[in-house]
Design a protein around this ligand. Structure first.
Ligand code: HSE
Length: 397
């Protein structure tokens, strides 16, 4: 019998307990022994089938030599960081879906895990149920990774889909996403691009092997996105999606950011709707590889957590050996990246042409919506300086 503990009993913690309770035979067949949840750390005791496993005293878990793996499902940084360090220091493997903690402290926690000869795994922190970190760092290990981008937040993708397809209001669509357990405890992290930003930092850390400081990564969400621009883009053959993007830049640097983009309707990402996420990885040997699936929700996220638990117990190659240097140099402003840009201005086509030389007009009803040629974000900003800009979005190449 292998025993584990779960810290926190919200969406992810509950999902982990359920997956272990519902799939005992599949798990035992792969581990060679049954897997059992011995303790669940909670702040408030809740009635239900797991009531007798609950404790509010972390030291009981920390000191219990029978508990080999701790699933940290508290979220946030403070208590989660403290308990993760204590669990690793006590020689226990730690598995988590906590993207904030991994984005901010992952490199340090991996170093502590290495020192203690245990593992710190966090597959569920990016893409919910989609296997992405393991394929990125293991299956694509022979590549130089040049770019990673994708739809990384299920809540905002759900909101955009419901607004466009069902005409739902922003507030109603957000309430539905919360009810389904997709949103963060504070959904502003979803809506304002911060959740996707933490995920793109983790992807960039692993893709480029260097710590990317979330503080330096520009994160824009969908709060200011106008349905008008979504509709103009749609008529022109584009979809608007919130993307996280990390790329190598000229001169050996790298960059990362989150922003809404126009995506051609021919792109596989354009058809990614509802809570689904998709991540595209560009390797120099593989070319583009896309990963697609449910990016949030109780059971998909728990599936990735329990798989990590099983991996540390099977003693497969240890992923904390991945080169992730605490050195944070080389970060470049994403304004240096080139792309076409979508603008909607209060002005005429000749104003647009005056600023940009040429413009592909998309709409001229009460202003002008147009696409520019490819140029850096900085040049687009400078050229549009004298225009009254109502909307500006990058177009994914
Ligand atoms: N709030 C997150 C999302 C949960 O909507 O994608 C999964 O990380």
């Amino acid at each position: 019998m292998i025993q584990i503990a779960i810290l926190g009993f919200g969406t992810v913690g509950t999902g982990v307990a359920k997956v272990i309770a519902e799939n005992p035979r599949q798990i035992e067949r792969k581990l060679g022994e049954p897997l059992e949840v011995k303790s669940i750390l909670v702040r408030h005791f809740k009635d239900g089938p797991f009531r007798q496993l609950m404790t509010d005293d972390f030291s009981k878990i920390e000191e219990d030599g029978d508990i080999r793996v701790v699933v940290e499902a508290i979220g946030g940084v403070e208590a989660a960081y403290d308990y993760t360090r204590r669990a690793l220091s006590a020689g226990k493997h730690v598995v988590t879906a906590n993207k904030q903690l991994v984005a901010e402290k992952g490199c340090e926690l991996l170093a502590l895990a290495r020192k203690k000869n245990v593992s710190y795994l966090f597959e569920a922190s990016v893409g919910g149920g989609i296997p992405i970190l393991h394929p990125l760092t293991q299956c694509m290990a022979a590549n130089r990774i040049d770019e990673v981008y994708g739809i990384l937040n299920g809540t905002t993708n759900y909101i955009l889909t419901r607004m466009v397809r069902a005409g739902a209001s922003f507030a109603d669509a957000l309430a539905e996403a919360q009810k389904k357990g997709y949103a963060e405890a504070d959904p502003t992290a979803d809506v304002d691009g911060i959740d996707a930003g933490r995920k793109i930092c983790i992807l960039a850390d692993l893709a480029f092997g260097r710590q990317v400081d979330p503080e330096r990564v520009p994160m824009a969400g969908i709060r200011d996105l106008s349905l008008r621009d979504v509709k103009i883009a749609r008529r022109a053959g584009y979809r608007v999606k919130l993307l996280g993007r990390a790329a190598r830049t000229a001169g050996g640097g790298h960059t990362a950011y989150v922003a809404p983009h126009l995506i051609s309707e021919d792109s596989p990402l354009a058809g990614v709707e509802d809570v689904f996420n998709a991540v595209v990885v560009k390797g120099n040997a593989t070319g583009e590889v896309m990963f697609y699936g449910r990016g949030a929700g109780e059971l998909p996220t728990a599936s990735a957590c329990v798989a990590d638990v099983m991996e540390v117990l099977q003693q497969s190659p240890r992923r904390e050996e991945i080169g992730w240097s605490p050195e944070s140099g080389g970060f470049t402003d994403p304004l240096e990246l080139e792309s076409r840009h979508y603008f909607r201005i209060r002005g005429s086509l000749s104003d647009a042409v005056g600023a940009f030389g040429q413009a592909e007009v998309l709409d001229e009803d009460g202003g002008t919506a147009f696409l520019t040629d490819a140029m850096t974000g900085r040049e687009a900003l400078e050229r549009s300086g004298a225009l009254e800009v109502l909307a500006c979005l990058r177009v994914l190449a």
